[in-house]
Design a protein around this ligand. Sequence first.
Ligand SMILES: N[C@@H](CCC(=O)N[C@@H](CS)C(=O)NCC(=O)O)C(=O)O
Length: 229
Amino acid sequence: MTSPTLHYHPLSSYCHKVLIAANVLGIALDRQLLNLGDPAARAAYLASWPIGKMPLLVDQGRTIPETSIIIEYLQQHHARTGVALIPAAPDAALDVRLWDRFCDQYVMTPMQAFTADLLKPASDRDAGSVARAGRDLATAYSVMEGHLEGRHWLAGDAISMADCAAAPALFYAVAYVPLPPEHLHLSAYFERLMAHPAVAATIDQARPYFNIFPGRAGLARRFLDPGIA
Ligand SMILES: N[C@@H](CCC(=O)N[C@@H](CS)C(=O)NCC(=O)O)C(=O)O
């Protein structure tokens, strides 16, 4: 069986979510680098997925968008028996999906607002929307801090799809809004995520592109240079 093809960019946070998941599930992906800044590549991509967001999975004639659906598809069709990021038990699966949604909607979205603003010409920047994104991130951090007390992962006892969403969302979000030092549970969780081999491997493959990340000034030096402890 050929590997599923992932159209992605090494820097993209949502692509990181799928790369981490595939790594944990032990699934090899055929990675196709997608540069949406190239008009011809963008036009070709829009023909497959008019929404124009990445990543996109193509497998055995099927085109699968949306990271949470891609991960669920990979688990259903390619994961070894017994390896799962979404548990079979319905209530446990709901919990995973809740925290996956939480990370996408309330961490990734405000984080992306910071990036989008920095990509605009200075004259078009919108301090109001950035301030709102900062408040939204602070609220999300505070909810996660309370939720993570006594927990190792966001949902259940093992790493799940929710943690695959949390890792890149928090990795880039803290470049804009650092974790408050009093958020001890969230800070410890962040370190657990960063130490996970699947997350570390994803950061490694992104490192050559960090110079084009608009929030690079806020990235901790240890992520820019892995030689720094
Ligand atoms: N809900 C989508 C969001 C994907 C998304 O926002 N991808 C970003 C990259 S991290 C993107 O494609 N941005 C390009 C653009 O908006 O032109 C998912 O889960 O796949």
